[in-house]
Design a protein around this ligand. Structure first.
Ligand code: NAD
Length: 484
């Protein structure tokens, strides 16, 4: 396979919060990989802008250390690293004051693509947007990238949208959901809309149900106090799981373009039915002999915040009426595994005598680990024992299927940043999508708060609370096994 890296145009990327955790762990190591691959033109500039009092040299040292820690094998390329360092600059800036803005104005150039990454707390978005304009740094061709969380309910999301809209057009705003930058998620669209095989079966005539799982083995750790105000519903379901659900369920757009795709996703969110409380299970991880409970991690002994949610969701449209979508996500579970499984219906009639087993085709799309897909198909068990049937996976792990010369799969962040530079909004959430997702989750969260709903405890290292298993068993179905 021939590697095809298409360079983007020269850009200036200002990273507000350029000294923060996200910038050091993801954004800058990702940009370094794009630089090494030849995709980032060497006359581009990355300008860190944050509160710390650093100069260019101090910032380069900080980022070189971050790349050594988080950059993977590429960080050993010292010549490449030295060249990349030449692209880095730093401006100490106060988002809410006057410090640094004149210097930032001097640094940015006319005639190159300009992007501003807001990798800071959302409470600073308004101040940044305003100052970019009053100091005449941004114009109507500039792009801004904003991080999650995009609000904590419909009202705050609307307020954030209004704040940004006061200074930027929707076509300039890139709301990141890094799940959409994962190669497999995009492959989901390629598989659905690039093959004749799946789309005819992708409906309530052939699909029994769909499972979407995002399971983590880690707890809330150092983020406990932040997470406790959010919970799995806000932190994972409203954004990541909802986005995956949209991509699986949406109608084929007329073309692969930003608004065409996002229009179809929005229709899915609007067709989601309200969820019955009996169809949701909230959980909280319990302590073990050696590990703390959620409440200890969150330093809140009375916390009712959920670290796990499982739910059954229905989409009220012609394609999906009657097909349940089961969603689950949680922390401190048995395995780190993110997967979408499309479980097809049973055969109406089996011609094979004595074969009582239920054979099902299952298309599973793995986001992590080992990004890839497999399709479970029924075949004859090899050997002379007569016509015995077994189910085997047709496995397509991308790393294996594409071979050693394939272009290395970029991390979600680096891929998405390159899309920002290319001006492609397809994999970013539009304002109305985010609001529609909150409009659907808000009543559920409010209901729990009103009723002081207490999450069910689950064992660390398990697959979640027993009630989550029951949610499926009641319907005569089973969750897929969590495998790391
Ligand atoms: P962080 O606390 O590590 O860093 C915050 C950055 O903001 C620092 O660079 C700091 O100097 C800068 N800053 C704070 N106040 C400022 C001010 N008044 N003026 C200028 N700069 C200021 O935060 P983080 O973890 O890097 O997160 C940044 C954003 O990304 C947040 O919105 C967060 O929710 C989001 N996010 C982070 C992660 C992650 O893995 N860290 C993941 C998803 C989303």
């Amino acid at each position: 396979m021939v590697s095809r890296v298409i360079p983007v145009e020269t850009f200036d990327l200002v990273i507000f919060g350029g000294t923060g955790d996200l910038a050091r762990r993801k954004i800058l190591p990702g940009l370094f990989r794009r630089f090494l691959s030849g995709q980032m033109p060497p006359d581009s500039r990355i300008i860190g802008a944050a509160r710390s009092d650093l100069d260019d040299a101090g910032y380069r040292n900080m980022i070189a250390e971050a790349i050594a820690e988080f950059g993977g094998v590429e960080s050993k390329d010292s010549k490449g690293l030295a060249a990349f360092m030449g692209c880095l600059h730093y401006v100490p800036i106060d988002a809410t004051g006057d410090t640094g803005w004149a210097r930032l104005f001097d640094l940015t150039r006319e005639g190159v693509i300009q992007a501003f990454y807001f990798s800071v707390a959302p409470s600073l978005f308004g101040a940044l947007a305003e100052r970019l304009h009053t100091h005449k740094i941004a114009d109507d061709r500039s792009r801004i990238v904003v991080e999650k969380p995009f609000g904590r309910d419909l009202e705050s999301a609307k307020a954030l949208n209004d704040t940004l809209a006061a200074h930027f057009k929707e076509t300039q705003i890139y709301r990141i959901d890094h799940y959409l930058g994962k190669e497999t998620v995009q492959n989901l669209m390629a598989v659905r809309f690039g093959n004749v095989l799946f789309e005819p079966l992708w409906n309530n005539h052939y699909v029994d149900h769909i499972q979407i799982t995002v399971a983590e083995t880690v707890g809330v750790g150092g983020r406990g106090s932040y997470y406790d105000k959010s919970g799995a519903m806000r932190d994972m379901v409203q954004n990541h799981l909802m986005q995956l659900l949209c991509l699986i369920a949406m109608e084929p757009p007329a073309m692969f373009g930003a608004d065409a795709v996002r229009d179809e996703k929005l229709k899915v969110i609007r067709a989601l039915q309200p969820v019955d409380y009996h169809h949701i299970v909230r959980g909280q991880y319990d302590a073990t002999d050696t590990e703390p409970s959620y409440r200890e991690d969150a330093e809140n002994p009375k916390s009712f915040t959920e670290s796990f949610v499982a739910m059954k969701v229905n989409i009220a449209n012609w394609r999906w009426a009657g097909v349940p979508f089961y969603l689950r996500t949680g922390k401190k579970l048995k395995a780190r595994s993110s997967e979408i499984a499309v479980v097809f219906q049973d055969l109406g009639h089996s011609i094979f005598k004595g074969d009582e087993a239920r054979h099902r085709n299952i298309l599973s799309i793995r986001l992590q680990p080992n990004e890839g897909m497999d399709l479970q198909v029924t075949i004859k068990e090899p050997g002379p024992g007569g016509m015995r049937l077994i189910d085997v996976p047709l496995d397509m792990t991308f790393a294996d299927a594409l071979g050693p010369d394939a272009e290395e799969v970029p991390d979600a962040y680096e891929r998405l940043i390159m899309d920002v530079i290319r001006g492609d909004q397809t994999l970013f959430m539009r304002g109305d999508e985010v609001e529609a997702a909150w409009a659907w989750t808000d009543p559920l969260i409010e209901g729990w708060e009103r009723r002081n709903d207490v999450p069910k405890l689950y064992e660390t290292g398990s697959a979640g609370p027993e009630d989550a298993m029951m949610l499926m068993h009641r319907d005569g179905r089973r969750w897929r096994e969590l495998k790391g």
